[in-house]
Design a binder for this molecule. Structure first.
Ligand code: TMP
Length: 253
């Protein structure tokens, strides 16, 4: 079946969905870092991220956090609501790491006095600059009400996911969320969109401090595939046939 490809990103492709108002989100094995400077493939990543994101979005739906997720379709695809994308990356940090450690010259792993939420404007050309509410409202990317809704959801998601990961032996150091506007006949709601996976989270093993996320790729730490598999295994969502099942279909259309 030929489907219309609506958008192709670094790690995902969006196709027209089977019904109006739906999209099919396809997870690729491709990985990029440092604003596209580093490219690579993480074998099986798409299959695992599809499962991990399905699981986390479903648990969030269970506690009443609205998300774009509808259902998983197959190894690499999930059905989602079509939303109007808010062009922001909302980052939550519980522990200093990555760009935050660089910016404030803090040792990676230093706990923060409280969770810190940051906004970045999604723009490859500009390299996703850090922005404030002033920029967001002045340029019309989101309203004050949208920002308030996103912040409330983000803090709930952080509390819930921090506990969920801790229960599976992982420390949720920081992560990135994206939101969209979901329109119904009566109203508009801000919902969680995109994905939550080791591509968009920093996860450290609680006892060893070992990195179990995309930093293994960014920093050439090796055992990348194994780390993604271990996250899936600990969350109880490893495909039944195990890593052998992880290659998934080779063709997209
Ligand atoms: P950072 O320390 O590089 O700013 O990243 C913070 C968190 O956000 C980290 O968990 C990785 C995630 N992230 C993305 O998912 N996409 C991005 O483009 C960036 C820069 C970070």
């Amino acid at each position: 079946m030929r489907r219309r490809r609506l958008y192709e990103g670094k790690a995902k492709i969006l196709f027209e969905g089977p019904e109006p108002g739906t999209l099919v989100q396809y997870f690729k094995d491709d990985a990029t870092a440092y604003n596209n400077e580093k490219h690579g493939t993480i074998t099986g990543k798409g299959v695992l991220n599809n499962r991990i994101s399905e699981f986390l979005m479903s648990r969030l739906n269970d506690i009443g956090v609205p998300t774009h997720f509808l259902r998983r379709l197959n190894m690499r695809e999930q059905l989602v609501h079509e939303v109007e994308v808010i062009p922001l990356e909302v980052v939550v940090r519980n522990v200093a790491a990555g760009s935050f450690s660089k910016r404030f010259r803090m040792e990676e792993g230093e706990p923060l006095p409280r969770s810190i939420v940051e906004y970045y404007y999604k723009s490859d050309e500009l390299g996703d600059p850090l922005v404030t509410e002033e920029h967001i409202t002045a340029f019309g990317w989101a309203t004050t009400q949208d920002i308030d809704d996103m912040l409330q959801l983000t803090l709930r998601i952080n509390d819930f996911l921090s506990g969920l990961f801790l229960g599976a032996g992982m420390r949720l150091v920081d992560f990135k969320l994206e939101f969209g506007r979901l329109y119904t006949e009566e109203d508009m709601r801000i919902v969680l969109a995109d994905e939550i996976s080791p591509d968009s989270c920093r996860l450290w093993d609680v006892t060893t401090g070992e990195r179990m996320d995309k930093d293994r790729f960014r920093r050439d730490l090796g055992s990348i595939e194994e780390a993604y598999q271990e996250v899936a295994r600990r969350l109880g969502v490893m495909p039944e046939a195990g890593p052998a099942d992880v290659q998934g279909p080779k063709t997209v259309q």
